[in-house]
Design a protein around this ligand. Sequence first.
Ligand code: FAD
Length: 390
Amino acid sequence: MDFAYTPEEKAFRQELRVWLDPNLRDHRAQWGKDEDEFVQHPSSAASLAWHKRMYEGGWVGLHWPKEYGGRGATLMQQVIFTEECMRLGAPPEVNGMGINMVGPMLMHYGTEEQRRRYLANILSADEIWCQGFSEPGSGSDLASLSTRVVEDGDDFVVTGSKIWTSNAHNAQWCLLLVRTDVQAPKHKGISCLLLDMQSPGISIRPLVQMTGDAEFNQVFFDQVRIPKTQLLGKLNEGWRVAISTLSHERGGIRQFMRLHRMVHMVEDLARQQGKSRDPILRQHLAQLHIDTEILRLTTLRALTKQLRGEPPGPEGSVQKLGFAHTYMRAAQVADSILGPYSQLWKGAPHAVDDGHWAFQSLFSRRYGIAGGTNEIQKNIIGERQLGLPK
Ligand SMILES: Cc1cc2nc3c(=O)[nH]c(=O)nc-3n(C[C@H](O)[C@H](O)[C@H](O)COP(=O)(O)OP(=O)(O)OC[C@H]3O[C@@H](n4cnc5c(N)ncnc54)[C@H](O)[C@@H]3O)c2cc1C
């Protein structure tokens, strides 16, 4: 593993800092500094304003090839970008689903016409995308999905329901997995469609989470017609698209940096509350620190493999599991620092950091589920890493 940065990488970091520091200051002067804003309201005016600023500065779609409006950045430049943004707590771009998952899938599996139609609007966030994969009966076992399609002339006609669809209420488009062949083995009868969310027959029901936000939804399809030109990849080969999409969702430096920031904020909280000499709390903080460092090294190991062009292995599951456990524990440590004050919500008198910790205490639970549950990650590690029987 090589820990040193090349002169080009150092220059890239410097160029980014010169842009990022004043722009973030300016954005915050206008919109305030709300660490939770993006996750609570991913398409709010403040989030969009930051996105547009990054877009105009040429910092959105770093990993996209230049011909599609990206920057053609190397993997290390992407790492540096993430490190710098997370270090300052900069909000992420809007339309993460579109930029990080749908865009690369369109480049890989899409027709030239589909690329021309969709890619530019994904980068600019003029069209927001959501991911219609999970169903009420198919989450961990995604390949059992049952949203049905029948062919009718030039259209597919879709009937069924998707659930936990993040941001569907703000999205113009959806990357939708459907069953196109009920006779084939379950992985082989699935196709991937590009769905216009304004199509007749779609209804969206918000799902209110325990944080009080309704960030995701159940989406119902009642004979929704989708032109056959909206097929992404080949008919009945949607599983391949789904797996490539999900490989963009798990793990990575972003996850590590999110945890790193959270743990630092908890350490600051302990100092700010005059608790940093409490012997039991110090043990918890030290353990958080150790676990974060282990995750950093695991993340770097995975990155080294990527840089060598080796295929990703089960270390993605180790990262995801380590991240989820440590993040949730960090939120619990914050609760124990603040005691009953940890439950005071935004706007309440005496709420610490304007209710950030009450929010985190509930919000952090999502990480044990989203992007593949902890139990599923353990299965993967057990079977593929440790060679245990199924
Ligand atoms: C914040 C958040 C955002 C999300 N956004 C989206 C989105 O935009 N689009 C989308 O399609 N989906 C989304 N999801 C859904 C997510 O992918 C699923 O919730 C996840 O895959 C688990 O599926 P499930 O909820 O159906 O649980 P199930 O699969 O029903 O699992 C229920 C429980 O059983 C356990 N379990 C299941 N199978 C096994 C097994 N074989 N061995 C051991 N234990 C098992 C699970 O670990 C879990 O504890 C989101 C979820 C969250 C939390």
